[in-house]
Design a protein around this ligand. Sequence first.
Ligand SMILES: Nc1ncnc2c1ncn2[C@@H]1O[C@H](COP(=O)(O)OP(=O)(O)OP(=O)(O)O)[C@@H](O)[C@H]1O
Length: 123
Amino acid sequence: MNPSKEPFFINRIKSVGYALKGAVYLISTEASIKIQVGIAIVITIAGFYFNISKTEWLIQTGMIGLVMSIEGVNTAIEYIADFIHPEHHHKIGRIKDISAGAVFLAAITAVIVAGIIYIPKIF
Ligand SMILES: Nc1ncnc2c1ncn2[C@@H]1O[C@H](COP(=O)(O)OP(=O)(O)OP(=O)(O)O)[C@@H](O)[C@H]1O
């Protein structure tokens, strides 16, 4: 967002670097995203094991990305909430609960999608 005199592409490359730093920080510090990375690895192995179709791969990969992205946004919202109001406040609690609720909705959807893909292959 800062007005910059640097060339456009240098600026973009730097932004990708910052985003990468954020993703590494997220994965290395947040327990919930570590669990999600673990689940993503297991479900990817399952994809190879059950030889799922291209369409199933697209949907599965999309769901993994969706859940992990929303988890990242949820974590950022928690950081902002703690920064702007470190003390206990019911509105901060509500903000965090709504943010966590968004992750929950994405995760439930991912579980349903996994069920649709794998249950017929297992049973
Ligand atoms: N400052 C606060 N004021 C009011 N309620 C809070 C506050 N901080 C946390 N809470 C309540 O406690 C819950 C857990 O908060 P916390 O910040 O520990 O999130 P978390 O989901 O456990 O985080 P993480 O994903 O990092 O484990 C919130 O969803 C909210 O209901």
